[in-house]
Design a binder for this molecule. Structure first.
Ligand SMILES: NC(=O)c1ccc[n+]([C@@H]2O[C@H](COP(=O)([O-])OP(=O)(O)OC[C@H]3O[C@@H](n4cnc5c(N)ncnc54)[C@H](O)[C@@H]3O)[C@@H](O)[C@H]2O)c1
Length: 309
């Protein structure tokens, strides 16, 4: 693990950049919208909570546009991104932040098995993030690259009882990064993931009091937002500066946010693979990975058949 410390010198690299962010009306997203605007960005944010979103839009003035966007709807996201490009002419940074947690446990033994359960976490947190990444990368590609920041959770890599679909959706967000990063980096698109631990927003109201009683570390929404800004600015210095402790290119990283501070964990997970997978397994896995990443390898069997006479 590496404790990454925010270098405020990097803030000036965001001046004039255009940010598209989902779920910006409240909590972490609201704070990220504010911090990007303070750094000189133009921000288009989406949400389904119109009153809170309009309130933020009028508080921040001309640098911000709100558009209703339900991340679970592809059409809604297409319109949202199109508005951002129409308004500001380009998109430099995309943040997939919108998320929900269903606090009514669908696996509770007393729940009615005959009723199809809500899949809102999968639809909004995972399917929505895939849509944001797909459409967002299309726009980033148009200007030769940029930053995609995905918001997962501590539930993206740890057990989390009582929230199984949420946990599955947030593990999926890490999978989305790992599925895209090595290809995206070749297009100069840096993808990083934020995994907040307990952050004081309405999402975690139920556990807040008990958490505080134990004196466990808490994040303010502003702390997590600062880590989103950290990812979006880490590679932007023309003099090769970055945030203290960050390895450049800062891409394919996972930042766990605890007690207000970001800790990069993906490099250690990858570097320690021979320990947790075994030396021999790790060696043979590397061969398989190299084959999959090599020129000409394609998952699509139809494409292979077309090539062979
Ligand atoms: N608060 C925490 O402790 C914590 C921990 C780990 C991860 N997270 C993640 O951080 C992100 C932000 O959550 P938060 O804590 O700020 O909570 P929040 O509820 O304040 O913010 C979530 C935002 O997403 C919006 N949203 C909900 N459904 C939507 C949809 N279908 N389309 C678009 N927007 C939608 C909400 O209206 C809200 O503005 C989420 O992805 C959440 O899973 C939060």
């Amino acid at each position: 693990m590496v404790h990454v410390k925010f270098n405020s010198e990097l803030l000036s690299t965001l001046d004039g950049k255009v940010v598209v962010l989902t779920g910006g009306a409240t909590g972490i997203g609201r704070s990220a919208v504010t911090q990007f605007v303070e750094a000189g960005c133009k921000v288009v944010f989406g949400d389904v909570n119109e009153p809170a979103a309009r309130d933020l839009e009028s508080a921040l003035g001309d640098a911000v546009r709100f558009q209703h966007c339900d991340t679970s709807s592809y059409r809604s996201q297409l319109d949202f991104f199109a508005l951002a490009e129409d308004t500001y002419g380009k998109i430099d940074i995309v943040v997939a932040n919108a998320g929900v947690a269903n606090h009514k446990d669908i696996f509770d033994p007393s729940s009615d098995i005959s009723l199809e359960p809500s899949m809102m976490e999968v639809d909004i947190n995972l399917k929505g993030a895939i849509f944001t990444a797909r459409i967002g990368m299309h726009y980033l590609r148009k200007i030769g690259g940029g930053d995609l920041v995905l918001v997962s959770s501590i539930a993206g890599f740890k057990e989390c009882g009582g929230l199984a679909p949420y946990t599955a959706s947030k593990h999926g967000v890490l999978g989305l990064m790992r599925g895209l990063h090595i290809v995206a980096i070749e297009e100069n698109i840096r993808i990083n993931v934020i995994c907040p631990w307990m952050t004081k927003t309405k999402l975690v109201k139920g556990i807040e009091a008990g958490w505080r009683e134990l004196g466990l570390p808490e994040n303010e929404p502003e702390d997590v937002a600062r880590s989103i800004v950290l990812c979006a600015s880490a590679n932007r210095s023309e003099e090769g500066k970055t945030h203290t402790g960050a390895r450049i290119p800062f891409a394919g990283k996972i930042l766990w946010i605890a007690g207000g501070e970001p800790y990069e964990i993906e490099d250690a997970i990858q570097d320690l693979e021979p320990q947790w997978l075994g030396e021999e397994n790790s060696k043979v896995l590397a061969k398989g990975q190299a084959f999959l990443a090599s020129q000409g390898t394609n998952w699509d069997a139809d494409k292979l058949e077309q090539k062979t006479p």
